[in-house]
Design a protein around this ligand. Structure first.
Ligand code: F3S
Length: 413
């Protein structure tokens, strides 16, 4: 592949050992995918920010890069870590895991990352422009940035995102290229989409059908919000491996059906009706008892609008003594919630915020064991999908109203 003089210098070690190693990773990746050149990136979202993903070996590697003088040349935000640094004891995180996680976060910070620990960096100011090349990891954030913002990234893993942050380069392949961004199947949505949970169910159903393809949606209203599209992308990326979707008349690369498919005509057409959404709900409701121990809202991390809706529904109610209610979000969004007084309403009801982490990226098996959780209720298709396999907890899945009712009664109805 063609490298510029500067990229060749990165590769020969002129910029130091970490950049050399990072450029070797980028070149190997580019050659593996047949890339002809590198693209400059100024924006990275780091997926390997939790020790659950990075492990001790990954933590040691990031520390080594930092100790050898590694410094990020692209603006870098971090995905959730394993802990809420202010509430890790209440989460029953083991001291040893807290220490390793703190080392990993500190190493990223020393290299220049904004260690915000959120999967919705676009709610706190990391909003790439349309057409901008990125190196983002975290499947829900990748789907959002490609589809809703019209930026361009492949689904990066920890090592490749780290290499991009150190070099400011990614190989030009996959979703960076126009020709790989055309829709591959049309989903005509006739189902009624009443709330964000329906968007999650829609994504879950379609993700199973299309796997890692590029779905085009017709029939989603123009009034669809970021929260709704966030939920759609997160679930598309959980039952499938979708990194890009188009919504005709809504997302930037799909002003028309023809543009969404880049002029192609021979695509399959699949209808998605109310029964399809119900099928997704059935699949995700894995828990067979009626007893709820834990209600988790905020996968992906909540926006201020979602928090406002949750507190308005819980105001004046009390969380059942047998239930723990967590709202997952980023620290800046929590600060907005405090400014609005939403925190007081939540605490009065008996719920709490957990920031900078989530059950999928935490050591939740030990948290659940310590707290006696055997079931979880959520309005997130992604969390309901991962909970049984990732930390052995069966899930109840339903809309926000059902989740709040479960928090108050400890029963799933
Ligand atoms: Fe975010 Fe964790 Fe869900 S990273 S999308 S809250 S699984």
């Amino acid at each position: 592949m063609h490298l510029t003089d500067q990229e060749k210098k990165m590769l020969d070690g002129s910029y130091g050992e970490p950049v050399k190693k990072a450029m070797q990773i980028m070149v190997a990746l580019g050659e593996g995918y047949g890339a002809e050149k590198m693209l400059k990136v100024k924006n990275v979202h780091m997926p390997g920010a939790s020790i659950v993903v990075a492990g001790e070996a990954g933590t040691a590697f990031v520390e080594e890069m930092e100790a050898k003088g590694g410094s990020f040349v692209a603006m870098t935000t971090t995905n959730p870590s394993c802990i809420d640094p202010e509430r890790w004891r209440e989460m029953d995180i083991k001291e040893k895991d807290y220490e390793i996680q703190s080392r990993l976060t500190e190493a990223y910070a020393k290299m220049g990352a904004l260690t915000c620990g959120t999967c919705t960096p676009y709610f706190i100011g990391n909003i790439p422009r349309r057409g901008e090349h990125l190196s983002w990891g975290e499947s829900s954030a990748v789907a959002f940035s490609n589809s809703v913002l019209g930026a361009r990234t492949n689904r990066e893993g920890g090592p490749t995102a780290l290499a991009a942050a150190l070099t400011g380069r990614v190989p030009a392949y996959g979703l960076h290229l126009d020709e790989n961004r055309a829709g591959e199947a049309l989903f005509k949505v006739t189902a009624k989409l009443k709330d964000i949970t329906d968007y999650g169910s829609l994504g879950y159903y379609v993700g199973k059908k299309i796997d890692n393809g590029i779905p085009v949606f017709e029939g989603i209203p123009q009034s669809a919000t970021w929260d709704e599209l966030k939920m759609l992308g997160a679930s598309l990326a959980s039952s499938g491996a979708v990194a890009l979707f188009h919504v005709v008349g809504v997302t930037p690369e799909a002003p028309s059906l023809d543009e969404a498919f880049q002029g192609k005509k021979d695509y399959p057409v699949i209808e998605v009706d109310d029964d399809a959404l119900e099928e997704a709900v059935e699949l995700l409701n894995k828990e067979k008892s009626k007893d709820v121990h834990w209600v988790v809202l905020g996968c992906p991390h909540l926006s201020i609008n979602e928090i406002q809706e949750i507190v308005s529904r819980i105001e004046g109610k009390k969380v059942h003594p047998d239930v723990t209610l967590w709202l997952l979000t980023s620290r800046p969004v929590k600060a907005y919630a405090e400014r609005m007084g939403y925190d007081k309403v939540l605490y009065e009801a008996g719920g709490s915020f957990i920031c900078e982490t989530c059950p999928v990226l935490s050591t939740t098996d030990s948290t659940a064991e310590a707290k006696g959780f055997t079931s979880l209720a959520t309005n997130s298709a992604k969390l309901a999908h991962y909970a049984p396999g990732q930390f052995g907890i069966m899930s109840f899945y339903g809309d926000l109203g059902r989740c709040i009712e479960a928090a108050v009664t400890s029963k799933w109805r």
